[in-house]
Every structure is written in structure tokens, then in C-alpha cells.
Design a binder for this molecule. Structure first.
Ligand code: NDP
Length: 296
């Protein structure tokens, strides 16, 4: 068996086109475009690339993108004061503080200082609380993207139907694993959450119709662990060394063995990663519409 590939690019392109069309309607109704402000503290090279990329795609969708770059030694109080100003700015619909923050800044305090209505990363405790209660709110972008992938692939791969499925989420981070589990539960899956203290991961995988791996351990989940026909969503992005001294990106799932057992699988790169920014644009539009009390 060779699994169907769940590629992120066509789905992400569709979402971005849908967002751009609705942004034009928003502009026509309100005389302005939705605005996203991304705050970057320090000079982490990977974060700089992410922020630049988010800016390009935001503008491509017709939205206003503002990037605020602060030095690595910015005091926490100054960052909180900036967030206060952005919260009060009527032209700012979405605020995203790029993680990780320098170690002297308490990232929880920073996330909690963002107006939940502008929290396009969906990490504010209010939004996390809504999600835990199964109430629609701003949802973290990566798990939102995974749910959209499952939804889109199910016409082709019926085993991707979430309702009634046994779903295993490996990883329980606030950014990915926990919200993923909550979304799957809201969509009527029977959800098992695994983490570093779980006793027998292969046995848990063997029971799962849907496996979502969000661990940060290169190629940890082996094809031999999977139930035949499982649907595999690989969130992991890990850079490893190749024999020729160069590097390559791999997921948390050992793709070559998993593709022989699964009925559908996301590739790395080219899978979930592309969905995250598309969902950020979607969240920014949703936040703008909710703040303007309009439905498009
Ligand atoms: P975290 O490091 O925050 O969380 C990792 C989770 O994996 C923890 O819950 C940890 O358990 C669990 N874990 C670690 N080792 C094991 C193990 N041996 N068996 C089972 N569980 C284990 O990572 P993130 O959730 O932020 O990210 C996970 C991966 O997803 C990374 O590769 C990251 O790069 C990628 N990522 C990709 C995105 C995308 O857009 N595609 C976006 C965000 C992340 P415990 O809680 O017990 O420590």
C-alpha cells in the first residue's frame, strides 16, 4: 500500500485565495483592509524569516501588515506597554508576538497581555478556554490547519473522517498538541493524548485511525507502529544532517516506512507547515470581521 499524499500547497493556496476575496469585500464595506501587526523581539534568524514570510503573505492577501522589530534587550514592561497601544489601536485587528522570546521575558505574561479579540495565534487563556469548552473562537493556526487538511482529504480518503475515529495526538504543547486534541474532540473523535511520559507509544499508535505527531523528534514514529490504513498528520519540522554534510528537513514520522502502511500522510516539507500561515491570514480576517461585527 502506498498512502495518498496530503499536500499542503493546494489547500493553503485555496485558503489564501478565499481570504483575499473576503478581504476585498471587507475593504468595500469598511473602507479599510484588516490589519495584522507582528512583533519580533531580538534577531533570531529563523524568526526573522518567519516574520518576513508572514508579512509577504499578509500583503498578498490584501491586508495591512505591520512588523515591529525590537532589540533583544527590550524590557518586558516596554513590550507590555506596546501591546497595550496595539490593543487600543482600532486599525490593528490581529497581534502576533513571534516566539520564542528572549529568556528574560515571560512569554505567558506577554500572551496574556494581548486583547483576546486580536489574539490571532489563539494562545490567550481566554481563547484556549473557549476551545477547551468547545466554543468557536480564535484557534492556534497549526492545529487549525491540520483539521482543514483532514476535512479536505476525506472525500478521497474516507478514513480521514474525524467523527467517530480513534485519534492519537503525540505531544501536548500549548501551541500544537493540546489545541489539536481539543479540536479533534469537538469534531467527535475519541482522543488519546500521548507525551514523553506515555508508556507504550507503539501500542497507542496501533489503535489509532488518525495519528497527529507534534513531538519535535526526527522520524520518531515508525511505520511498523501504525494501524494499517491510518491517516497520519506529521506536524514535526526537524533539520537533520545528511551523509553528504548538507542538511534536510524531516518530520516526526519516519516517512518511508509510514507511507507503506498509512492510507494518507502529510509530507515534510510541503505538508502542515504551509497551512500555518494560511490559517494565520484566516484568523486575522475572522478577528477583523468579529471586531467590525460583520459576516462575509
Ligand atoms: P514542544 O517541544 O513544545 O512539545 C513537544 C511535545 O512532544 C511535548 O508535549 C513532549 O512531551 C512530547 N514528547 C517529547 N518527546 C516525546 C516522546 N519521546 N514520546 C512522546 N512524546 C514526546 O513542541 P511543539 O508542539 O511546539 O512542536 C512540535 C513539533 O512541531 C516540532 O518539530 C516543531 O518544529 C513543529 N511545529 C511545526 C509547525 C508547523 O507549522 N508545521 C508549527 C509549530 C511546531 P512532554 O509534554 O511530556 O514534555
Amino acid at each position: 500500500m502506498t498512502a495518498t499524499l496530503i499536500e499542503g500547497k493546494p489547500i493553503a493556496l485555496d485558503i489564501r485565495a478565499e481570504v483575499a476575496a473576503k478581504v476585498a469585500l471587507f475593504q468595500a464595506k469598511l473602507g479599510r483592509a484588516p490589519g495584522l501587526t507582528v512583533v519580533l523581539v531580538g534577531e533570531d534568524p529563523a524568526s526573522q524569516v518567519y516574520v518576513r514570510n508572514k508579512g509577504v503573505l499578509t500583503r498578498e492577501a490584501g491586508m495591512v501588515s505591520d512588523e515591529i522589530k525590537l532589540p533583544a534587550d527590550t524590557a518586558q514592561s516596554d513590550l507590555l506597554a506596546l501591546l497595550g497601544k496595539l490593543n487600543a489601536d482600532p486599525l490593528v485587528d490581529g497581534i502576533l508576538v513571534q516566539m520564542p522570546l528572549p529568556p528574560h521575558i515571560d512569554s505567558q505574561a506577554v500572551v496574556a497581555a494581548i486583547d483576546p479579540a486580536k489574539d490571532v495565534d489563539g494562545l490567550h487563556p481566554v481563547n484556549a478556554g473557549y476551545l477547551a469548552q468547545g466554543i468557536e473562537a480564535l484557534v492556534p493556526c497549526t492545529p487549525k490547519g491540520c483539521m482543514i487538511m483532514l476535512e479536505r482529504i476525506k472525500a478521497q480518503v474516507p478514513k480521514a473522517e474525524v467523527a467517530g475515529a480513534s485519534a492519537l495526538v503525540i505531544g501536548r504543547s500549548i501551541l500544537v498538541g493540546r489545541p489539536m486534541g481539543a479540536l479533534l474532540l469537538s469534531a467527535n473523535a475519541t482522543v488519546t493524548m500521548a507525551h514523553s511520559r506515555s508508556r507504550d507509544l507503539p501500542a497507542l499508535c496501533a489503535e489509532a485511525d488518525i495519528v497527529v505527531a507534534a513531538v519535535g523528534k526526527p522520524e520518531m514514529v515508525r511505520g511498523e507502529w501504525l494501524k494499517r490504513g491510518a491517516v497520519v498528520i506529521d506536524v514535526g519540522i526537524n533539520r537533520i544532517a545528511k551523509e553528504d554534510g548538507k542538511t534536510k528537513l524531516v518530520g516526526d514520522v519516519h516517512f518511508a516506512s509510514a507511507v507503506e502502511v498509512a492510507s494518507a500522510i502529510t509530507p515534510v516539507p510541503g505538508g502542515v507547515g504551509l497551512m500555518t500561515t494560511a490559517c494565520l491570514l484566516q484568523n486575522t480576517l475572522d478577528a477583523a470581521c468579529a471586531r467590525a461585527r460583520i459576516k462575509l
